[in-house]
Design a binder for this molecule. Structure first.
Ligand code: PLP
Length: 416
C-alpha cells in the first residue's frame, strides 16, 4: 500500500475517510484560528472510531517486503514528509506527524518539523544553513540560550549581530538566514517582521514565535520563511512536556527532516501527544492570560515601587504593528525594580506566583533574567540590550486577576 505523498496518515484510511480528512484539514483552510486549533491534526480519527489520537510508541515497524523497504528508506533519507512505512522511530512517527500538521495549520505553512526541544529545533536550522552559505544575521536580544548557541560558535555558525534597521547592510553573499524574536526576550520590544523581510531580499527570515504564539502573530503571513517555537512554553502550556517545532515550506522542511533523521533530535511521541492535546485550548489560554496581563501591567505601571513596565501593549511600535503583525500584546511583561536586590526580594516574596524559569504555563512564573535565563549571555551584551539587574520577567498565568494583584502588591509593599 503506497501513500500519497504529503498525506502521511492516509496509510490507515479508506477512500471515504481520505475524502473527509482532506476536506477537514487543508493547510490553507478557511476556518477561524480557534476552529483550526480544535481540529488540526485530527485527520481520520472518525474513520478509526476513536476520539483521542492514538499514541504510537513503536520504535520499529514490520517490513513485509525487503525490496520495497529499500526504496522507502531512500525516500526518507531524501527528507520526504511521507513514505509507505515509518521504518524506524527516528525517521517518522504518526503521533508526532499529527502535532506537526496542527502547527503547520496554525502557522499557515505547508510543513512543520518537530524536535526534542526548542534548542534542538534551532540547532537543526543552524546546521541546515551550512549548505546555503552558513552566515547568519541575528537581532538581539534573543532567548539567552539561542544567543549563547550563536555567539559561542558551538555549531561553527558565523554570525553577525545587527539592529533591525541595519539588516540589509549586514547581509553578505553567503548569508543563509536572518534570526529574530518578537516580542523580544525579556525586554518585550517589538521588531517589525515585514520590514526585516523587506530588507532580507532572497535571504530567509526565521522568527522565534514562542512568546506570541500563532494566536497573536503569524510570521509566515508577513513573509518569514521559518517560524520556530519552543513548544515547551505556551503550546504545551502545562509545564509537563518539552518540544520544539519549525513551521516552514518544503524547501526548508526537507533538509530539517534529513538533519533530524541523522542527528536524532526527535520529539518523543508521548510529548507530541501532550503538546497536540494542548493546542485546542491554546487560543483560550493565550487570550485569558493576556486579559489579566494587560490589567496587571496597567496597575504595575502606577505602582510606586516599579520604575518601568515593559509590555508590548506599551511599546510605541505596538499601535502600528497591531494592524498587521500582532492581534494582542500577550501575557508576558517585565518590570524594572531598579536593583538586583529588589528584584531578588520580589521573586522570593511572591507566594501565589512561582519563582522559576520557563513561561506560558497555566500558572504565573517570575524570574530575574540577568541572573537566570540570560546569565549565559555576555554581560556587555546584556547591558547593550537593556537587560539590567533590576528586571523581573513575569509570565502571567490563568489565575484570577485580583488574587495575582494581591500577591504582587504584598511582594512590592513589604518592608525592604
Ligand atoms: C524556551 C525558549 C527557547 C528554547 O526552547 P527549549 O524548549 O527550552 O529548548 C527558545 N526560544 C524562546 C523564545 C524560548 O522561550
Amino acid at each position: 500500500m503506497r501513500l500519497t505523498r504529503g498525506n502521511v496518515l492516509i496509510l490507515w484510511l479508506n477512500a471515504r475517510q481520505k475524502a473527509e480528512a482532506s476536506r477537514l484539514l487543508m493547510t490553507d483552510q478557511p476556518f477561524h484560528l480557534r476552529t483550526t486549533a480544535v481540529h488540526a491534526g485530527r485527520r481520520g480519527l472518525r474513520g478509526l472510531v476513536v476520539h483521542a489520537p492514538p499514541i504510537d510508541l513503536s520504535t520499529t515497524y514490520p517490513l513485509p517486503d525487503p525490496h520495497e523497504a529499500e526504496s522507502i528508506l531512500d525516500d526518507w533519507a531524501a527528507g520526504s514528509r511521507s513514505a509507505a512505512n515509518p521504518i524506524y522511530v527516528r525517521v517518522f512517527n504518526p503521533t508526532v506527524a499529527r502535532f506537526e500538521e496542527a502547527i503547520a495549520a496554525l502557522e499557515g505553512t505547508t510543513d512543520a518539523v518537530a524536535f526534542a526541544s526548542g534548542m534542538a529545533a534551532l540547532s537543526a536550522v543552524l546546521l541546515a544553513t551550512r549548505e546555503r552559505g552558513g552566515h547568519v544575521v541575528a537581532v538581539r536580544p534573543l532567548y539567552g540560550t539561542s544567543d549563547h548557541l550563536l555567539d559561542s560558535k558551538l555549531l561553527g555558525v558565523d554570525v553577525s549581530w545587527a539592529h533591525p534597521h541595519d539588516i540589509a547592510s549586514a547581509i553578505k553573499t553567503d548569508t543563509a538566514l536572518i534570526i529574530l524574536e518578537t516580542p523580544q526576550n525579556p525586554t518585550l520590544g517589538l521588531v517589525d517582521i515585514a520590514a526585516v523581510v523587506g530588507q532580507a531580499g532572497m535571504v530567509s527570515v526565521l522568527v522565534d514565535n514562542t512568546f506570541a504564539t500563532p494566536v497573536l502573530q503569524r510570521p509566515a503571513r508577513l513573509g518569514a520563511s521559518l517560524v520556530l517555537h519552543s513548544a515547551t512554553k505556551f503550546i504545551g502550556g502545562h509545564g509537563d512536556a518539552v518540544g520544539g517545532v519549525v513551521a516552514c515550506g518544503e524547501d526548508w522542511a526537507r533538509p530539517l527532516r534529513q538533519i533530524r533523521f541523522a542527528t536524532g533530535g526527535i520529539l518523543h511521541p508521548f510529548a507530541a501527544y501532550l503538546l497536540h492535546r494542548s493546542i485546542p485550548t491554546l487560543p483560550l489560554r493565550v487570550e485569558a492570560a493576556q486579559a489579566t496581563a494587560a490589567e496587571i501591567a496597567n496597575r504595575l505601571s502606577r505602582h510606586p515601587a516599579v520604575l518601568r513596565v515593559l509590555y508590548p501593549g506599551f511599546d510605541s511600535c505596538f499601535s502600528d504593528l497591531r494592524r498587521n503583525q500582532m492581534t494582542g500584546p500577550g501575557s508576558l511583561l517585565t518590570i524594572d525594580l531598579g536593583s538586583a536586590a529588589l528584584a531578588r526580594h520580589f521573586v522570593t516574596s511572591v507566594e501565589l506566583a512561582l519563582h522559576a524559569v520557563s513561561l506560558g504555563t497555566f500558572d504565573t512564573l517570575v524570574e530575574v533574567p540577568s541572573s537566570l535565563t540570560h546569565r549565559i549571555v555576555d554581560p556587555a551584551v546584556l547591558a547593550g540590550s537593556g537587560i539590567s539587574d533590576g528586571l523581573v520577567r513575569i509570565s502571567i498565568g490563568l489565575e484570577a486577576v485580583e488574587d495575582l494583584w494581591s500577591d504582587f502588591d504584598q511582594a512590592l509593599a513589604e518592608d525592604r
